[in-house]
Design a protein around this ligand. Structure first.
Ligand code: NAP
Length: 259
């Protein structure tokens, strides 16, 4: 069955990979993020390579609750019936001890990672319930299951995403609407570049001499959850690269070779 899939954080990284993966198997994708130019380039690419009407760009800041509602309410009629919402937009900021984290960094992580997800629920779930079908997939993290030094606020927001999605499933009890969290370990994207405010050298070191997941690996997992048979609800799908153990242990150098 061909799905209409709404994806936040679709301008790059895991969200963009999800857009490509869904589109490649015949689904239609609505791409949301703040970077309108990046969305337009990806939309043009997908519509050019896979056919007009494959992708639609919707510039959106997920922290704006009203804009989130309007983005869904104002979709063209033939795009309005969203089957799957991938609430992927998220970020981390800094790697300081929690008492040194700036007010701005804490607010931003909570606003995007936590409130942005609730804003997504508000915008997509009522239509899914009215149509009697739908699936909300959030991007959690192994960080939801542990805390690592300097990442405490980020870890707390991802624990919140897992709790919110489990809670959504409970609130949807007895309805046909599904809820899933996909929780990856380390994935090589712009995530660390954003965390370190554009410091490329520091970001590169995170992925050096190891074998992280790719955005495409995670997109495959998201597509699997969305296309599972209707009676199946993947509650949480937790995936790490083989080099990662115990959430925070990442093998490097010789130990990561040949994997
Ligand atoms: P990324 O490459 O930095 O992509 C993040 C995406 O989020 C971008 O498209 C960005 O687009 C969007 N975004 C940020 N703030 C936004 C806002 N206010 N409104 C709308 N969109 C916003 O990072 P990624 O690795 O793909 O991360 C995607 C998700 O996976 C996040 O939730 C992250 O926590 C999670 N995750 C990542 C990893 C990892 O190791 N990379 C591991 C586990 C979980 P704009 O800047 O254009 O808005």
């Amino acid at each position: 069955m061909s799905l209409t899939v709404f994806i936040t954080g679709a301008s790059t990284g895991i969200g963009a990979a999800c857009a490509r993966a869904f589109a490649a198997q015949g689904d239609r994708v609505i791409l949301a993020a703040r970077s309108a130019d990046a969305l337009r380039i990806l939309t043009d690419d997908l519509n050019g390579s896979l056919g007009a009407g494959t992708a639609l760009a919707v510039p959106l800041d997920v922290t704006d609750a009203q804009a989130h509602l309007a983005a869904l309410a104002d979709l063209p009629a033939d795009w309005a019936e969203v089957d799957v919402a991938v609430l992927n937009a998220g970020l981390s900021k800094g790697l300081d001890p929690v008492w040194k984290a700036s007010v701005e960094d804490v607010d931003l992580q909570v606003d995007v990672n936590v409130k942005g997800v609730v804003n997504g629920f508000r915008a997509v779930v009522p239509g899914m319930l009215a149509r009697g079908r739908g699936h909300v997939i959030t991007l959690g993290s192994t960080a939801a299951h542990t805390v690592y030094p300097g990442g405490v606020v980020y870890c707390a927001t991802k624990a919140a995403v897992l709790a919110l999605t489990n809670g959504l499933k409970v609130d949807l009890h007895g309805t046909p609407v599904r809820a899933t969290t996909v929780s990856p370990g380390i994935v090589e994207t712009d995530f660390s570049l954003v965390r370190f405010d554009g410091d490329q050298e520091r970001a590169d070191a995170v992925y050096a001499d190891t074998n992280a997941l790719t955005a495409e690996d995670v997109a495959d997992a998201v597509v699997y959850c969305a296309h599972a048979p209707e009676h199946v609800n993947v509650q949480e799908l937790l995936l790490t690269p083989r080099v990662q153990s115990g959430y925070t242990m990442i093998a490097r150098g010789e130990a990561a070779e040949g994997l």
